[in-house]
Design a protein around this ligand. Structure first.
Ligand code: FE
Length: 135
């Protein structure tokens, strides 16, 4: 990551708290999960792109969003492959794969191997971690 890429990203916890809403902070910086079916993008089908609510990085596009029935926005692949990073997460007594924003390290959600083709992946992402830009 170059210096340019990081200059607009908060460097301290106080800066993050100032930039984000309490809900965004809880998800992005604390690894929280919004309650199912409460996020603002669960049922959105408009054409556009989904960016990180923390740093603005392009993460997902509407053409890979699908109806998963899970209660969270679901995508079968990222818009840019290396925009997200995955990590093993064994918290809460489960073995899951966490999805984070590569640019700012913010927690986005989890990815599961039960998605539709062509990837078979289900990126289950919190609405609070996203900012939609209509096409
Ligand atoms: Fe980010």
């Amino acid at each position: 990551m170059s210096e340019d890429d990081t200059k607009d990203i908060p460097q301290t916890d106080d800066e993050w708290r100032e930039l984000l809403t309490p809900e965004q902070y809880e998800v992005l910086r604390q690894g929280g999960t919004e309650r199912a079916f409460t996020g603002k993008y669960v049922n959105v089908k408009d054409d556009g792109t989904y960016h990180c609510a923390g740093c603005g990085s392009l993460l997902f596009a509407s053409d890979t969003k699908f109806e998963s029935g899970s209660g969270w926005p679901s995508f079968y692949e990222p818009a840019v492959a290396d925009a997200v990073e995955t990590r093993e997460d064994v918290s809460h007594g489960m073995s899951r794969t966490e999805v984070v924003c590569r640019r700012c390290g913010g927690h986005l959600g989890h990815v599961f191997p039960d998605g539709p083709q062509p990837t078979g992946a289900r990126f289950c992402i919190n609405s609070a971690a996203l900012q939609f830009e209509s096409k």
